[in-house]
Design a protein around this ligand. Structure first.
Ligand code: SF4
Ligand code: SF4
Length: 385
């Protein structure tokens, strides 16, 4: 782990972890370390969360760095903010690790500019499925808060992708990290891991005698639990989507709304084929297909839509689960996509968004891959001769 400096914030059992984190962020805004902070905030009705770019420090009292749901992926907010260039403001973005990873993937695709952004990650216990939360927001808040204060991580009511997420803590790609103690200890560890992160801790009067080992051990034991669960869950998903028929069955009730695509932070094409004129078929062609197969179901492009999206997404999917949250007919889209992504990313020895300096596999060739192609060509020639 690349750790340059670590300090800590004291946490009282009564107040929990959010208050000291927000007080710390407030001091950064007041002391002009940042010009603005991008952070989730409860909407005025108290029944959801939105990303807010906070300039006024007093507004941070209503922010929540550990919101119980993720209705919009943070990378999407960051993309709206920086799409046209880096801008002049120094901004901190306080995000869950999967949001940091999606932001880094989009930066590699030139859709986010990170030059003036300090990515601050928070240890993530997971988030609730939005549909469960919306059934009773008040109750859900209470449940989530109790889980946080009692350190009940690995809770079965979290989104299914969160229950098996191994990258829920510090990442080489974040500038700064808030580590939450998972045992009986009451503190938040502050870790800077880049020159931008160093700036955050500079001149702050904080406890510098922190030992990271308790926090690291707590995180590691959760990671091991999740690893076991992940292997088990992926076996189930594999049997569900095995072969083309399995995939078709899983997506059979799809209504073709494309909500999964709209919610996904990674879907990066500026012009989508599925919204284009080229994707529209003429009725004679459709009739011919119906004749060949005996019948044709609508909407027409479901199979191609999911397979096409999967082929685009699987190297960069960060398993955030937004696609499942967005599906009106409860298809476990994220379970399938994250399973396929796991296979693809393993093949390329790549973890989406984990390291900034690692190029996207679709944008580079490794020498051994070219050698592999040479061998295929020789084999093919041998077969032909
Ligand atoms: S495909 Fe689904 S799980 Fe993967 S990044 Fe997109 S929204 Fe998140
Ligand atoms: S959100 Fe669900 S119903 Fe809509 S296109 Fe995606 S999988 Fe199909």
């Amino acid at each position: 782990m690349k750790t340059t400096t670590a300090k800590s914030l004291r946490v009282s059992k009564k107040e929990g972890v959010r208050k000291p984190i927000l007080a710390f962020l407030k001091s950064l805004l007041t002391d002009a370390v940042f010009d603005a902070i991008l952070i989730p905030m409860q909407v005025p009705a108290g029944d959801s969360y939105a990303w807010v770019l906070v300039k006024d420090p007093s507004l941070l009292d209503q922010a929540n760095p550990l919101a119980p749901i993720m209705p919009v992926q943070g990378a999407k907010a960051l993309k709206s903010l920086t799409r046209k260039g880096e801008g002049n403001l120094k901004i901190a973005a306080v995000m869950r690790p999967c949001e940091v990873r999606a932001s880094v993937e989009l930066a590699k695709l030139n859709q986010i500019h990170l030059e003036s952004i300090t990515l601050m990650s928070v240890d993530c216990p997971g988030v609730l499925p939005v549909a469960d939360y919306f059934e009773n927001p008040g109750e859900s808040e209470k449940r989530f808060n109790a889980m946080l204060s009692e350190n009940r991580w690995g809770n079965g009511s979290m989104k299914s992708v969160c229950q098996i997420c191994e990258q829920f803590s510090i990442l080489p790609s974040s500038d700064f990290h808030f580590g939450l103690m998972t045992g009986s200890e009451s503190s938040v560890v502050l870790i800077s891991s880049s020159p931008k992160g160093q700036r955050v801790l500079k001149d702050r009067s904080l406890d510098g005698s922190v030992s990271l080992s308790d926090w690291e051990n707590g995180i590691e034991s959760i990671r091991q639990e999740r690893k076991k669960e992940r292997t088990k869950r992926f076996r189930e998903v594999q049997s569900m989507v095995e072969g083309f028929d399995g995939l078709l069955k899983t997506f059979a009730r799809c209504i073709g709304c494309h909500n999964c695509q709209s919610a996904c932070p990674i879907c990066y094409c500026r012009h989508c084929y599925f919204g284009s004129e080229a994707s529209k078929l003429d009725s004679d062609f459709i009739l011919k297909k119906a004749e060949q197969r005996g019948g044709l179901s609508f909407p027409l492009d479901r199979r191609m839509f999911h397979v096409g999206r999967m082929s685009h997404m699987s190297l960069s999917c960060v398993a955030c689960g937004l696609c499942s949250d967005a599906c009106p007919v409860s298809i476990p889209v994220a379970d399938v996509f994250s399973f396929v992504a796991d296979q693809t990313q393993r093949t390329f020895d790549y973890k989406a968004g984990e390291k900034r300096e690692e190029p996207l596999p679709i944008r580079q060739y490794r020498l051994e891959e070219i050698k592999g192609v040479e061998e295929w060509v020789k084999d093919a020639e041998g077969v032909e001769s």
